[in-house]
Design a binder for this molecule. Structure first.
Ligand code: HEM
Length: 318
């Protein structure tokens, strides 16, 4: 199936196009454009993740020394601040559909705070509980919190596959495929023409990248195998790129620097093409996953809300 066929197939599944231009750079992108920004963001997320694991390990190791007591002094304050943080993070879900937030920088800002508070709040609650279990009401609140925060992290992973960054703008599958079609022609130009061999190799990749059966298990398997498929296809396509450049370079007396420039341009465009096609081909699967995730996340959140209120009332009454 060609990009055009994939385009007509996905058109049925598409949401209304977002006004934002498509961000081809997914969570595992190797595209150089804007690479520093992406690297900075993923460094930030890794740093937050590592600091969280380090603090949890530290707190767990010193729990027997009972430095913190849940009902007194610093232990109590940490519980209060952690609880308030979790209330504050609700600003994002409460207003995300409002005109004030909309999409773009404001939405991304509040979403980032939602995630940060969603990690910092539970972390403070862990220290408040001194990494130990207590009365039934406390345990239910604690496990609900762990489930909601854990589910949030999974939700963020799924979110990146169907959105353009953290701005709230959905990926526009139509634009991704239009971009892929343009890149196809661009790659032929990069190598100085391949008699349609490269176009065929790129179209073959699109066919393989498109899931044949819509079943959820088959789609999941297809998505899991995608990185392997990407790697294999990329080396096959790049071999054709090198052959075409060697042939045209010889015929047109390209200098070594020209050969290098043609190869670099083709390599970048091939990566962009493959990423655009694979993101478009996986969109329907991740969108379904996100809908399923909501079905789980929202009831867990209400469980946390109710158990949290019961816990606060119980500890102040008895
Ligand atoms: C105890 C902590 C947390 C609570 C109480 C919480 C609560 C919520 C709520 C109520 C929603 C809205 C669901 C909806 O729109 O139907 C939501 C959405 C979301 N949360 Fe959290 N969350 C927490 C932690 C986290 C963490 C740690 C992350 C990621 C690191 C995260 C990522 C997300 C994502 C990706 C969404 C969907 C956003 C969207 O659709 O625009 N959450 N959360």
């Amino acid at each position: 199936m060609s990009v055009a066929a994939l385009k007509s197939q996905t058109r049925k599944e598409e949401r209304p196009a977002s006004p934002a231009s498509p961000d081809l750079r997914g969570p595992h992108s190797k595209i150089p454009r804007g690479a520093e920004k992406t690297a900075k963001k993923s460094f930030g997320a890794t740093a937050v993740g590592m600091a969280t694991v380090a603090l949890i390990t530290f707190g767990f190791m010193i729990r027997r020394q009972e430095v913190l007591v849940p009902g007194e002094g610093l232990g109590y304050t940490l519980g209060l601040v952690g609880g308030l943080m979790m209330l504050l993070l609700l600003v994002y879900p409460a207003f995300k559909r409002s005109r004030f937030f909309g999409t773009g920088k404001k939405a991304a800002f509040w979403f980032q705070w939602h995630m940060l508070l969603g990690i910092a709040g539970p972390l403070l609650i862990f220290f408040h509980s001194n990494f130990s279990l207590g009365a039934m009401n406390s345990n239910v609140a604690l496990f609900s919190m762990i489930l909601v925060a854990g589910s949030g992290v999974i939700g963020r992973y799924i979110y990146t596959h169907i959105h353009s960054g953290l701005s709230g703008a959905r990926l526009d599958v139509g634009s991704l495929l239009t971009q892929a079609t343009k890149l196809m022609a661009g790659i032929e130009e990069d190598v100085g023409g391949s008699g349609g061999l490269l176009t065929k190799a790129l179209a073959d990749f699109s066919t393989r990248a498109t899931p044949k059966r819509p079943g959820i298990l088959q789609s999941a398997l297809h998505v899991m195998m995608m990185p392997v498929q990407l790697r294999l296809s990329q080396s096959h396509i790049m071999a054709q790129v090198h052959r075409s450049i060697a042939h045209n370079g010889k015929a047109q007396n390209w200098t070594a620097a020209e050969v290098k420039a043609h190869t670099r341009a083709a390599k970048n465009h091939v990566s962009e093409f493959m990423l655009a096609v694979s993101r478009a081909a996986q969109f329907a699967f991740w969108e379904r996953m996100f809908a399923l995730w909501h079905v789980l996340h929202v009831p867990l959140f209400f469980l946390l809300l109710v158990s949290g209120v019961i816990h606060v009332v119980a500890v102040h009454l008895y």
